[in-house]
Design a protein around this ligand. Sequence first.
Ligand code: GLY
Length: 357
Amino acid sequence: MSTGTVNGTRPEAEGSDAAVVRVELGPRSYDVTIGAGVRERLPEVVARSGARRAVIVSARPADLVPDPGVPYRLVEARDGEENKTLATVEALCRQFADAGLTRDDVVVSCGGGTTTDTVGLAAALYHRGVSVIHLPTSLLAQVDASTGGKTAVNLPEGKNLVGAYWQPLAVLCDTDHLRTLPEREWRNGYGEIARCHFIGAGDLRGLGTVEQITASVRRKAEIVSSDERDTGRRHLLNYGHTLGHALETETGFGLRHGEAVAVGTVFAGRLAGALGRIGAARVDEHLDVVRHYGLPWRLPAAADADRLIALMRRDKKAAAGAPGRLAFVLDGPAGAELVGDVPEGAVRDCLAAMPRD
Ligand code: GLY
């Protein structure tokens, strides 16, 4: 490992278990620091920003929120898709105004991915953009949601329909937060780690938690640096997501995002096999990896193929630029890539062949 490489992981000082991944985006570059206790670095980051005050929006108890080292207001938040709304964004911006936050000050988010998404959007909008530092507390938020600058809230018409790209000033992934994470939340994050296996992160099985998060963030940083606005390469991050998103909707979010992505990853492997893009061993590797992380891999018993196909045709990420087509990120001889216009018959056959709960 070396300091200064593009998106390189920097080793920390001797005795520290933390790792730092640089997200290279020119003047908007920033570090993602991963390790036990790293939230205590918040005052250093705030001091470097020059902010004179902060608003911390936290979905975690006050005693888990570090002092930012400048006068601050603590605003309570709640994780959950139901709170990812424009009403929440408005309420947060009003708190920022009431606390006297200027555009030179800083917002800090502390919570899961729904909180970092919502607070990130409020920061992007307040005074047309105020700095934000993310302290993600769930595995999903640490490996994916908090890095890359996508912020958004939901509308009744769909998930993440109103958002902005707003890169954070820094991300502090404190793995101490994971100590109390419920098992289902671990699975939620492991779904995103498992898909990293097929988008160039390498085999992360057998690594420790800090190393797995670091490798996942490093791969995301590389991809985001080359396609911040999701016009091409960033689609790779949606490996397993075409069916995954459809399953989330079909099950009324009974499957968590990472669980649905895990089933979608197994399906993507089978579909790539059926299309002759990969051999049987690589197809099987999809199931091995997903099972290794204790993730679900069968289709829910009640999932309806017609509805899933209709939902997949509407997937805005898979079908970007050509709505209505069936598009998947699929493994192949040159690695994963977005494959548009997959024949419906192949999708239908693979769905029919998937084992069911
Ligand atoms: N979570 C996918 C992305 O950030 O593009």
